[in-house]
Design a binder for this molecule. Structure first.
Ligand SMILES: *[C@@H]1O[C@H](CO)[C@@H](O)[C@H](O)[C@H]1NC(C)=O
Ligand SMILES: *[C@@H]1O[C@H](CO)[C@@H](O)[C@H](O)[C@H]1NC(C)=O
Ligand SMILES: *[C@@H]1O[C@H](CO)[C@@H](O)[C@H](O)[C@H]1NC(C)=O
Ligand SMILES: *[C@@H]1O[C@H](CO)[C@@H](O)[C@H](O)[C@H]1NC(C)=O
Length: 382
């Protein structure tokens, strides 16, 4: 019995091997086509309903026979900015992605350089209506990025320039490395848009001092990036230097500067890609060494000092003394005051003397909004 059964099985086996071969191939082919059809349907559905293009790309590249190209195969997908600023990348992943740089310098398409306005905030943007008015009509020449406390839920209407411009954020503390992390996060997210050429860090208490075109031209025509960087021999300057930082950082290269900077794309990449200076500053510049006042100014002085204007374009008033700069409110907003801030200084602009040294100013309280909105159309020009 046993041997018969075995031979029956063997016979079955042999039959399958000989006659069954084309049948199996046919079945496989049918299954393959079915899978292709299902995948194509899913692809089209996902594309139409969620716009998840990379899902479609992956699928169609795996399934060559049922090729279903949702993209036109042009350069577009490489130069299109992310449509959604929310992503799942860790800082490590994001910084790596942001540090990818084209090596051919000339863009093979018409690139209109944009200013990235990067708002480093706790939460609300009380002066948002002023910025809305400042930016109105200049679409295509700027992008907005907002970093706030992760717990904060922004509620801007779709018509707002701040709508869906919030980036994945983390808690950051003044004077700590987490503050520099937040600034690097803003830069890295802004770098993902290849058209962003200048990167300006602002706070919720900043206001623009001139109309958009003036700001754009001032920044565009500058030979230097506006990073505040000076050598302060006193206790709050060189006094915060630690000899452990040598030989990477020499005390003669130690710089101090306001954290409110403007940098070009090249320097933005230098900041995001840095793994050399970061650990040194993280380890040796802790309160009372406020790392956000020293890390970028010192690092960029060492790497590219001759490209820095060594001054900030954001005005702030320390004249009242103390640990915090002056805050201006409703009663301060008068033409004489703003004139003095806009035009009452002396500095070098492209190696020439200039009285216009600041394009932005801080700190302004929410109560300044209304008088600013009332005066601006004739005075500020927006
Ligand atoms: C990715 O982000 C989405 C929100 O965009 C979130 O719902 C999801 O849990 C995240 N996934 C991972 C693996 O972090
Ligand atoms: C710092 O640099 C100067 C010259 O730039 C040099 O004379 C000095 O020895 C350096 N100091 C250290 C600690 O490396
Ligand atoms: C800024 O300072 C660096 C040295 O720290 C210098 O090389 C550079 O020329 C300065 N920039 C301007 C515009 O003077
Ligand atoms: C700027 O003005 C000062 C006097 O206010 C003068 O000494 C200096 O040479 C001027 N610099 C340039 C580059 O014109």
């Amino acid at each position: 019995m046993q041997s018969r059964a075995m031979s029956l099985e063997e016979g079955k086996e042999r039959m399958n091997q000989s006659k069954g071969l084309p049948l199996r191939l046919l079945r496989l082919l049918v299954m393959f086509i079915a899978v292709c059809v299902v995948f194509s349907v899913i692809s089209i559905y996902t594309f139409k309903h969620f716009g998840i293009e990379n899902v479609v790309t992956t699928m169609s590249s795996r399934l060559q026979p049922c090729y279903n190209e949702p993209e036109d195969g042009s350069l577009k997908k490489w130069i299109r900015p992310p449509s959604n600023l929310i992503h799942n990348m860790s800082d490590k992943e994001l910084f790596w992605r942001a540090s990818l740089v084209p090596r051919i310098k000339k863009y093979p398409f018409e690139r209109v350089p944009k200013i990235a306005f990067m708002f480093l905030t706790k939460g609300p943007l009380p002066l948002a209506p002023l910025w809305e008015r400042f930016l109105k009509g200049h679409e295509g020449l700027y992008s907005i990025y907002v970093h706030s406390l992760p717990s904060y839920q922004a509620r801007f209407p779709p018509s707002s320039v701040f709508y869906k411009r919030q980036i994945p954020s983390q808690v950051s503390e003044w004077g700590r490395m987490s503050m520099c992390d937040a600034e690097r996060r803003l830069l890295a997210n802004a770098l993902l848009d290849i058209s962003n050429e200048w990167f300006i860090l602002l706070s919720e208490s900043c206001i623009p001092l001139f109309k958009f075109n003036f700001v754009y031209n001032y920044v565009m025509k500058s030979k230097y990036s506006f990073m505040g960087a000076f050598d302060d021999p006193g206790p709050y300057g060189r006094g915060r230097y630690k000899s452990n930082m040598a030989p990477l950082v020499n005390i003669t290269e130690w710089r101090k500067g306001s954290q409110w900077f403007e940098v070009n794309r090249k320097l933005a990449i230098s900041i995001v890609e840095d793994t050399t200076f970061y650990p040194i500053f993280e380890q040796y510049c802790r309160p009372p060494c406020y790392v956000d006042e020293h890390y970028f100014p010192t690092m960029l002085t060492i790497l590219a000092g001759n490209t820095l204007a060594n001054r900030s374009i954001t005005w702030v008033d320390w004249s009242r003394g103390g640990a915090h700069p002056a805050t201006f409110g409703r009663t301060d907003i008068r033409e004489e005051f703003l004139n003095r801030v806009r035009d009452g200084h002396q500095c070098l602009y492209n190696n020439k003397n200039s009285s216009v040294c600041f394009l932005f100013a801080r700190k302004f309280s929410p109560s300044a909004l209304e008088p600013l909105l009332h005066m601006d159309s004739k005075f500020l020009g927006f």
